[in-house]
Design a protein around this ligand. Structure first.
Ligand SMILES: Nc1ncnc2c1ncn2[C@@H]1O[C@H](COP(=O)(O)OP(=O)(O)O)[C@@H](O)[C@H]1O
Ligand SMILES: [Mg+2]
Length: 578
């Protein structure tokens, strides 16, 4: 490709809303432009990268036996109502009414539609297993789109859905996808960590996330110091702390804390510290009311809570419910003397406390000298002592210290079980003559996120350093001057390499060398050929890898051979088997 015939509008200015490197470089290198908050237009060079990623994903899905079979992006709301996800997704779900008054969903993912398809098309065990996938635009009305395409409202996702007859078959489908994901990320040149993840309300039985470790990631990976276990933050289990030695204290004592609601404010007011506070949050799960009790310095883990309740939908209670069970304004809930049928979920760390300060269930009051087990129960019918908090610095798992690291989730695999097939009637006739719901799995990869994470992992102050497998082109030819001989040589090398199937961008623009070199660094193609008047007079061209500082003079006669060899070596580093 001649530079003058494509469209790569590089810019010096970084837009104010581009907070992180990958976003800045994608704009500066002329790969994409923002259209509105969380939506982007791709320019030709950026689209070439996405096409390459999609092609790698497609090859690996096909190799794993999945079948490409896209479903509509605009989906009937009724399907979403049948699974209840019209409500669970809340405002993140994009929806509109068509001219006939029917509600539609802009697909954020597609379990419903594939399960609907399966309910029509799969009748017999003989048709199983089957795994269908698509690569297309998804829409999620993210509350806070940010970091460019890392969290956008519109993004490209590969999503696959497997249908199996039994657990063993599902296991196999799942592992095929898991292996395919390893191959995809390796081929894209990404360093990644696989962590155990919670399967959310999906009602599934297993999930892994593929995460690219990187300081700008929104996710937190937790792993044991011996590296034997890794989880996402929502899944990471913690050991119960040792029980604090008992202390002699009088009965709970109410203290007036007017208008002091937050943990920090109470600590300040009562001269205590968050680890000595007992925090009570009221939740509802269907018609059950729950008081979740954690230490003042700990956070409730919503995923653990969901799993403790068997994958049912749990949410923070509204003010009316809180006032009803505590008899107080919001902000003064405590575990002592709650009214009404409330289930207590006491975190291990609270059960291990000798004494603490808690809300008094009375507006503007707290209680001192609250002793877990004495002043509120740690056993009984409606009391569970459980692990329901986020892991934090200082925690251990089976005695191993937990470590924390940020990362970007680029893909996730889930075992869904029968949640969707039951609700949408995806049944099959099994070998034993019985009707059974299909066992399902679902598998997502964020195509744009792969692009952005590759840049996060590999760049320098001058620009992007692409892994060759997803670079917009493999080789950049930059004539340093505009002398006739230099231009003619550049064109010859360009033709020669193109004829060998190497993807070359030839900077044929009539610009100063310095400008072209800056653009070349910014765009970051892995192999660079520079042709200048002086070296040409000595019969040489200069070859350089973008990731290395070294430049080498190579005789013109062998330049194309040498470049082709470098391209092949770089590609060989990124095979799935490497
Ligand atoms: N808002 C977004 N912008 C870009 N990519 C996204 C976004 N949301 C999800 N993805 C990508 O799609 C993949 C599958 O999404 P999924 O696991 O269903 O979403 P989530 O992790 O948000 O629950 C994710 O691993 C991620 O790579
Ligand atoms: Mg996910």
């Amino acid at each position: 490709m001649r530079y003058s015939k494509t469209f790569i509008p590089t810019v010096k200015e970084v837009p104010a809303d581009a907070e992180i490197t990958s976003h800045q470089l994608m704009i500066r290198a002329g790969l994409m432009r923002k259209v509105a908050s969380g939506t982007y237009a791709y320019l030709p060079a950026g689209w070439r990268v996405l096409r390459k990623i999609m092609e790698i994903v497609r090859e690996e899905m096909d190799r794993a036996g999945a079948l490409e079979a896209p479903v509509p992006m605009v989906q009937p709301m009724e399907l979403w109502q049948q699974t209840g996800r019209d409500i669970d997704y809340g405002e993140t779900l994009g929806r509109f009414k068509d001219r006939h008054g029917r509600w539609n969903v802009l697909t954020p993912t597609a379990e419903e539609t594939y399960t609907y398809l399966a309910s029509r098309e799969l009748q017999s065990y003989k048709q199983l297993p089957v795994n269908l996938y698509q690569i297309n635009l998804k829409y999620r009305d993210e509350f806070r789109p940010r970091f460019g395409v890392l969290r956008s409202r519109e993004f490209i996702m590969k999503d696959a859905y497997s249908f199996d007859a039994d657990e063993a078959m599902l296991d196999e489908s799942y592992h095929k996808m898991y292996d395919a994901y390893c191959r995809v990320f390796r081929r894209c040149g990404l360093e990644y960590v696989i962590v155990e993840a919670e399967s959310g309300e999906m009602g599934g039985s297993g999930s892994h996330q593929f995460t690219v470790p990187c300081a700008n990631g929104e996710d937190v990976i937790v792993y044991t110091e011996d590296n034997a276990h890794a989880w996402n933050l929502e899944k990471a289990p913690v050991d119960p702390p040792p029980k604090a030695p008992a202390v002699e204290v009088g009965p709970p004592e109410a203290v007036h804390t007017p208008g002091v609601g937050t943990i920090e404010a109470v600590c300040e007011f009562l001269k205590t510290t968050p680890p000595q506070m007992i925090k009570t949050l009221i939740y509802t799960c269907e018609d059950q009311v729950l008081a979740v009790i954690v230490r003042g310095d700990h956070e409730v883990n919503g995923e653990k809570l969901t799993q403790l309740l068997g994958g049912r939908h749990v949410e923070l209670a509204d003010a009316a419910t809180i006032e009803k069970v505590t008899g107080a304004a919001v902000g003064f809930a405590g575990p002592v003397a709650l009214t009404g049928p409330v289930t207590l979920l006491v975190d291990h760390a609270v059960a291990a406390m000798a004494v603490g300060v808690a809300g008094a269930n009375k507006t503007d009051y707290h209680l001192r000298n609250v002793v877990p087990g004495r002043d509120f129960p740690l056993e009984g019918d409606h009391v569970w002592v459980v692990d329901v908090r986020m892991a934090a610095e200082g925690d251990t798992y089976r005695g191993q210290s937990l470590r924390f690291r940020r990362g970007i989730e680029v893909g996730q695999v889930f075992k869904l079980g029968t949640k969707y097939s039951t609700k949408l009637g995806a049944m099959f006739l099994d070998e034993d003559g019985r009707q059974k719901p299909c066992l399902m799995g679902c598998y997502g990869i964020g195509i744009n996120r792969i692009m952005a994470s590759a840049i996060e992992l590999s760049h320098d102050e001058d620009g992007i350093i692409w892994p060759i497998s997803i670079a917009p082109w493999e080789v950049m030819i930059t004539p340093a001057g505009s002398e006739a001989e230099v231009v003619a040589t550049a064109e010859r090398v360009y033709e020669d390499l193109s004829a060998r199937g190497v993807e070359v961008l030839w900077d044929d623009r009539d610009l100063r060398g310095g400008v072209k070199f800056k653009d070349a660094d910014l765009l970051g193609l892995p192999v660079r050929v520079t042709i200048g008047k002086k070296s040409l007079a000595e019969g040489h061209v200069e070859i350089k890898l973008r990731r290395e500082a070294d430049r080498r003079a190579v005789p013109l006669a062998s330049a194309a051979d040498e470049v082709a060899r470098l391209v092949n070596d770089l590609k060989a580093e990124l095979t799935a088997e490497a």
